[in-house]
Ligand binder design. Sequence first.
Ligand code: AMP
Length: 175
Amino acid sequence: MDLEKFIRTVPDFPIKGINFYDITTLFDNKITFNYIIQLLSKRYESKGLDKIVAIEARGFILGSALAHSLDLGFVPIRKKGKLPYKTISNTYSLEYGEDTIEIHVDAINSNEKVLLVDDLIATGGTAQASANLVEQLNGQLYECCFIIDLPELGGSKNLIDDGHNVYSILSLEEK
Ligand code: AMP
């Protein structure tokens, strides 16, 4: 399926110069939503995964549907101050601005095999920081999975250079 034509691009959002890839148009369409979950379920079934770890907020939509489809646990990584229990945190640079993310200290047990998911990888700062949180909890990071990779921004290459497996459904050149 040509998923790219179902993605809405919004120029200059949230700031001038950013071409925003709006994936709500993939999720509000039952055919594309189902296609994505089926595709990823086939890729990750029988891999011995324990949990899906997903990044706030759009990663939750993908991550929770995939966790349910694969009969796995779901772990949220959230922006600072949102998780109620004890957390560990990481601060990182974004394509636009800076952010801090957190995970509950007991969300991943030692050696649990996890898949990290988010909607999109740009500079890779968010995914790097998230991978680091998984590793701090001694989780075994099987792969980092995205719907969209923007390879020109170098994030996926950085993750691979750091020794992580990376998979994205679509690789889009910035126009
Ligand atoms: P980065 O840390 O630069 O890889 O940015 C990834 C995170 O920011 C993901 O959670 C995306 O949802 C969001 N993001 C960054 N750039 C874009 C973009 N051009 N379009 C849509 N989402 C973006």
